[in-house]
Design a protein around this ligand. Sequence first.
Ligand code: DQQ
Length: 508
Amino acid sequence: MIPASKQSTDLIAQAQADPLRPRYHFTSPAAWLNDPNGVAQWDGLYHLFYQYNPEGPFHDRIHWGHAVSEDLVRWRDRPIALSPGSGPDREGCWSGVLVDDGGTPTIVYSGRADGRELPCLAVGSANLDVWTPLDRPVIDAPPEGLEVTEFRDHCVWREAGRWRQLIGSGIVGAGGTALLYESEDLRSWTEVGPLVVGDGQPVRLDDIDWTGTMWECVDFFRLAPGPDGETGPPDADSADPHLLVFSAWHENITLRPFIAVGSYDGRRFSIDRVQRLDLGGRHAYAPQTFRDDHGRRVLWSWMQEGRDDAAQATAGWSGAMTIPRRLWLDADGGDAAGVVRAEPVAEVESLRSLPLLPLPAPTGQREFAGTAADVEIAARIETGDRLDVVLFATEDGAEHTDLRVHRRAGGVLEIVLDRESSTLAGGCDTSPHAGEVRSTAVETQIRILLDASSVEVFVDGTALTSRVYPTRPDASRIRIESRGGATVTSARAWRLEGTEQPGRVLRP
Ligand code: DQQ
């Protein structure tokens, strides 16, 4: 048998040797990462916990990995926070949140045992490094009298002197839901009922706006309109819009994340508008948000892979986090309920090093090279015009990924990410992503973050996250091309520096 330390070294070396592993996005030391959990700022320090399987690049016996940062972009590993025990989490410590229970760090998570999940709780040391789980679930079963599809994932806040909790679920024959509970002490909970129920019937797997039969990773908060709108936990006494983030799921298919905007009366949430939170769908799954000390609503998502299991096993790692994003609600975005916009947090700019384009470059050079890059373009795109940005292209055009920003008849701005020629490898998802940008801006702002196998695009605050797997070492060309009369008014680009902490181990 190979000693555990040897396996660990091999997996780390294997993962670090993979040219497709992102360099400035957060990844686990190696092996498997999925959802962001317990995202928070505690005593000034940012904490990112995450679904982690240190045994290998596959989803099994999930632990909570843990890392900390001063600036949201450079991370240091901390000891694994939660590991499957012998009680209610013996098959895995699934997603959850971190709350401040009168100064005591407390995790509410889904313990998995006997093939199902129940709400569990763990209490942390002052530095959030050492966690002691309770030996029993804090809720014994889904609500009686309600036939649910699944029952897991948590959003917990204090409101009017009590704890409130949402649990992700789905009602058979109806749709996804978030079930509301109340508590005095986080340990004993009273059921209030479904906060809102989605439209899960009929099953519409081909409809990109379908919200599934279960909602995973529900996250609920209030957010005032405007670029610096105040944000905080849900509050029925506030007239501010409330937002519900959820990940649509159906029979083990992770469909896509949504964000609903509406009003909250303390018991029910009335939805005014539902928006796809990311046009890349499952590649930006299971988002979780928090309010940081600057008052920003910061969001992370799991950048799920798009290559097959065999390729992930060979790579020695699977899954990365998106760049943290700030969310805001644009009341003038062309929809009465407001349009939710996302942008990379400003700290990402601190990773910029070598300029890849002269500053700024409205005309002239429009081709450069980079696989860890930050590209900013401003353009006027009138009806019928199109701006293309070709990414990860080889000299001979054998591999390339094409971003198209197009203004259709009627003035609607549309983004397409065409991955058909993104790789010469088999077994990769090369389906396109597409969607509309709700924007009234005359000049379109395009931001692209590339990192080895990840692409994050923001067009006037509409996010599109994807994964591509170029095979050729020269697949590094980036080309800005205007079609029709699209005018580039500014184009800038920088190389972004890698942030991985040296000397990582699988079980810090
Ligand atoms: N991932 C977790 C679940 C959650 C799902 C398990 C979403 O708690 O529902 O790793 O990706």
